[in-house]
Design a protein around this ligand. Structure first.
Ligand code: 2RA
Length: 336
């Protein structure tokens, strides 16, 4: 298997290297690509050093079986033709193709089979907040159709990339040293703050991030569900959390929901409030599963259930989900 990573120096690119190494993914040959800024850097993978090549138009993807791309929507759009021309499957982390009808949007726990129908050779990896939520929603949807979702997210600095994580840490250092605070990657200072804006505002008053949760959830779950989201940046470093309220067609009891969640692939139930057990980003960072807790009835809705989740945005929210898609294709013999 020849594997390419585009955007190898970014937070997600680096996580691809870790996840692929940990999982013993079948790689005979690995090629790393990046921008002019990162070309020439070297990274270790399974005891061998690999140099990042400059991403350019041409035949560099000839012979590549799977290309994981995470370099932004503009780069994905510009290079998709070069990447897929000779048959490589492009598993794309950007928002470039997510809502295109001829590009499947896949979370293996929900709709792995959609990955098999990819007329353009492209499979899109959903936005991190959507991935994390649908992994927890699928076992509940299997019990009773979810009609409505309300969700508030608590998104860490990592969602804005490696430089943003560094900026958050720098801000705390500057505050402690009594220096002016550097603000480049976020619309406001994030240290000691929460920012009720992720991505840009749309004409309806929601942000792009919030509309991703509405649109992507419907596509992945093949559902008419309506999802109203409020996405907020908080000063945790690398795991996102979400408060979720759902309304189902028939009422689901807390015990029934807990049983379904505990048995679901990709979910770990951490729900023992009497012993102060509930998911928190400090504990879920670096882990593969989405952790769910605080499951309870919605006091405002007889058919409502509410819960809290937390998961590593760079792993399941990005690199791990993409690698799991590739693992599925390998398992069913559908790479080329
Ligand atoms: C964020 N979800 O947290 C975005 C990244 N895709 O900023």
């Amino acid at each position: 298997m020849k594997v390419a990573i585009v955007g190898a120096s970014g937070a997600v690119g680096q996580e691809f290297l870790r996840v692929l190494a940990e999982k013993d993914f079948p790689i005979d040959e690995l090629v790393l690509f990046g921008s002019e800024r990162s070309a020439g850097r070297t990274y270790k993978f399974r005891d061998k050093e690999y140099e990042v090549k400059l991403l350019r138009h041409g035949d560099d993807f000839k012979g590549v079986d799977i290309a994981f791309t995470s370099a932004g929507a503009g780069i994905s759009k510009e290079y998709a033709g070069d990447i897929t021309r000779y048959g490589a499957v492009m598993i794309d982390n950007s928002s470039a193709f997510r809502m295109d009808d001829d590009v499947p949007l896949v979370v293996p726990e929900c709709n792995a089979g959609d990955a098999l129908n990819r007329p353009r050779g492209i499979i899109a990896n959903p936005n991190c907040t959507t991935i994390m939520m649908v992994v927890a929603l699928q076992p509940l949807e299997n019990l009773s159709h979810i009609r409505r979702i309300h969700v508030a997210s608590y998104q860490s600095a990592s969602g804005a990339g490696a430089a943003a994580m560094a900026e958050l840490q720098q801000q705390y250092g500057e505050i402690i040293a009594g220096q002016p605070v550097t603000v480049k990657k976020f619309p406001h200072q994030l240290a000691y703050n929460v920012i009720p804006q992720i991505d840009v505002f749309q004409p309806n008053g929601y942000t792009k991030e919030e509309m991703k949760m509405f649109n992507e959830t419907r596509k992945i779950m093949h559902s008419d569900v309506r999802c109203s989201a409020m996405c907020v940046r908080v000063s945790s470093l690398r795991a996102h959390s979400e408060s979720v309220w759902i309304e189902t067609e028939r009422p689901i009891s807390v015990e029934e929901a807990q049983r379904a969640l505990a048995a679901a692939p990709g979910v770990t139930l951490h729900d023992d409030p009497a012993n102060l057990v509930y998911p928190m980003p400090l504990d879920t960072a670096g882990k593969d599963d989405i952790f769910v807790g605080r499951v309870r009835k919605d006091l405002a809705d007889d058919c409502g259930l509410t819960f809290w989740l937390s998961g590593d945005q760079i792993r399941k929210g990005a690199a791990l989900n993409a690698v799991q898609i590739a693992e599925y294709l390998i398992k069913v013999g559908n790479v080329k």
